[in-house]
Design a protein around this ligand. Structure first.
Ligand SMILES: *Cc1c(COP(=O)(O)O)cnc(C)c1O
Length: 218
C-alpha cells in the first residue's frame, strides 16, 4: 500500500465517528489527491480557487469541497460553483456578496465563520469580541447558511500552547448556540491541523483539516 493510503487509513481509524476529516491539498499533485480519495477521504479542503478549479474538473462531485483559504470578493462567483462549504467567512462584505451570487444561482451555501482566536493582526477572521454582533447580521442573508465556526489558532509548535485558543473558540461556539438565532446553526467546529488535531478534538472539534500528516512521511 502507498504511503498516502496508509496515512489516510491510519488517520481514519484513529478518529472518533463524529469527527470529519478535511484533506488539505494545497500544492499537492492530482495523483496524490486521488490516492487520498481512494483511501477514504470524503472532503477536500482547498486554499486557492484556481487549484480548486483544476482539481474539480477531474474529481467533480465524488467528494465534498471545502474552501479553507481566504476568499476574495472577485472570486465568489467561481467559488460557489465548486464549494459545498466556505469555512472562511470573515467579513460582512463577503457574506453579502456570497448571498447575492447564490441568490442569482438559486443556491444556498453553507459557511463557517473564521474566528481570529489569537487576535493576530496578520490573520484573517472575526475577532472574538465582535463575533456575536457579526453573526447576528448574517441571520438576514437567506442564501447563506451559517453552520459553525472555524479557527486556525497561532502557529505554535507545541499544540498544548494552542489549546487555550481552541477552548475559547469552543466557548464562543456554545454561547452562540445557546442564543438560538434565526438561520444560525452551530453544528460544526473546524479546528486542528496535523500537529494539533488531537488537542483540537479534545476541545470539541468535529472538523479537522489535515495536509502534512496525509501526504508526507513523518
Ligand atoms: C494547510 C492548511 C491546513 C493543513 O495543515 P497541515 O499542518 O499540513 O496539516 C489546515 N488548514 C488550513 C487553513 C491550511 O491552510
Amino acid at each position: 500500500m502507498g504511503l498516502i493510503k496508509e496515512n489516510v487509513k491510519d488517520l481514519l481509524m484513529q478518529l472518533p465517528k463524529d469527527v470529519n476529516l478535511v484533506c488539505a491539498v494545497k500544492s499537492r499533485r492530482l495523483k496524490e489527491i486521488l490516492e487520498a480519495i481512494e483511501a477514504g477521504v470524503k472532503i477536500i479542503g482547498e486554499n486557492y480557487i484556481q487549484e480548486a478549479e483544476e482539481h474539480f474538473k477531474v474529481i467533480g462531485n465524488r467528494v465534498k469541497w471545502h474552501l479553507i483559504g481566504h476568499l476574495q470578493l472577485n472570486k465568489v462567483k467561481k467559488a460557489i460553483r465548486i464549494f459545498d462549504m466556505i469555512e472562511t467567512l470573515d467579513s460582512l462584505k463577503l457574506a453579502e456578496e456570497l448571498n447575492r451570487r447564490c441568490k442569482e444561482m438559486g443556491k444556498i451555501i453553507s459557511v463557517l465563520i473564521e474566528v481570529n482566536s489569537a487576535e493576530e493582526p496578520q490573520k484573517f477572521g472575526i475577532l472574538p469580541k465582535n463575533l456575536i454582533s457579526f453573526i447576528k447580521e448574517l441571520s438576514y442573508l437567506e442564501n447563506i447558511k451559517v453552520q459553525g465556526l472555524m479557527t486556525m489558532g497561532p502557529n505554535l509548535k507545541d499544540p498544548e500552547r494552542i489549546r487555550p485558543y481552541f477552548k475559547l473558540t469552543r466557548e464562543l461556539f456554545e454561547s452562540i448556540k445557546n442564543l438560538n438565532l434565526n438561520n444560525i446553526e452551530m453544528k460544526y467546529l473546524s479546528m486542528g491541523m496535523s500537529d494539533s488535531y488531537l488537542v483540537a478534538i479534545s476541545e470539541g472539534a468535529n472538523i479537522i483539516r489535515i495536509g502534512t500528516k496525509i501526504f508526507e512521511r513523518r
